[in-house]
Design a protein around this ligand. Structure first.
Ligand code: TYD
Length: 243
């Protein structure tokens, strides 16, 4: 555990860049460098689920976690925004309880993510202990959602420091269908409007294409298919990564 929190010696250059400066040490035992042309750190056993609001990521994570447990695979489910203090603040903003400048949002999500990865009981520690980590949303959400109101390079720069998952599952659902699905939810969030979800949907296409050669496995599912059949397809895809 110590190595996760051991920062490099403080020098003028490294003072404010710990997560950029120490990934090699940090991921030494549990990650491989992606084989693609982007040279990114990729975390094995880390699986991320993405899609617009109402795409069904939460349901698929639940089904997959149950299946893993049945098969004796140690699994940890998680998601962003997290349940920690930064994640809770984000949720309050999403519910409309606080207003912040749009450029604050990518910073908050990146801070929440940093904690999610590096805190004592966080993604890295779970992976190091041998768990498969199934994560509802990650950097790709920031790149799809926060780039509606901010420049893409700014959001990318904030998220470039984070490692990639071994696998990215994307649930493709038309915005109209997704909005219809979430209409029944009791609490509405600020992003849950059709015009915004249409833009997010478009941004996701750009994001998926930007990461095509990153070395991470990207699998796109028809999110309008029955949930059980999506789950079977996912499971069959995952079998080849079992080790
Ligand atoms: P979501 O997973 O939909 O939570 P819930 O279903 O419990 O409401 O996530 C909440 C919202 O947060 C969703 O609209 C997407 C948004 N979000 C971002 O805009 N950027 C991010 O980086 C992340 C992780 C989420």
């Amino acid at each position: 555990m110590n190595k996760i929190f051991s920062f490099p010696p403080r020098t003028a250059d490294t003072d404010y860049l710990p997560s950029i400066q120490f990934p090699d040490k940090l991921y030494h035992n549990m990650a491989r460098i992606g084989t693609g042309n982007q040279g990114k750190i990729i975390l094995d056993r880390f699986i991320v689920f993405e899609g617009i609001d109402g795409a069904g990521t939460t349901t698929q994570i639940r089904l997959l976690a149950e299946r893993c447990k049945q098969e004796g695979i140690p699994v940890q489910t998680t998601g962003e925004p997290t349940e920690n203090c930064i994640g809770k603040t984000i949720r309050r903003i999403l519910k409309g309880e606080h207003r912040v400048h749009p450029s604050t949002m990518p910073l908050l999500f990146a801070s929440d993510r940093n904690e999610h990865l590096y805190r004592e009981e966080g993604i890295l520690s779970w992976i190091e202990k041998g768990f498969w980590v199934l994560c509802d949303r990650y950097i790709f959400s920031s790149l799809a959602y926060q780039t509606i109101e901010n420049d893409y390079p700014l959001v990318r720069e904030l998220n470039d420091r984070f490692p990639l998952p071994r696998i990215l599952f994307y649930l493709e659902v038309p915005p109209e269908t997704a909005i219809h699905r979430i209409q029944t939810r009791e609490t509405k969030e600020i992003y849950e409007v059709l015009s915004f979800q249409r833009k997010v949907h478009q941004q996701y296409r750009k994001v998926l294409s930007a990461y095509k050669n990153s070395g991470m496995e990207i699998k796109i599912f028809d999110g309008t298919a029955p949930m059980e059949s999506i789950h079977e397809e996912m499971w069959n895809f995952l079998k080849k990564f079992r080790y």
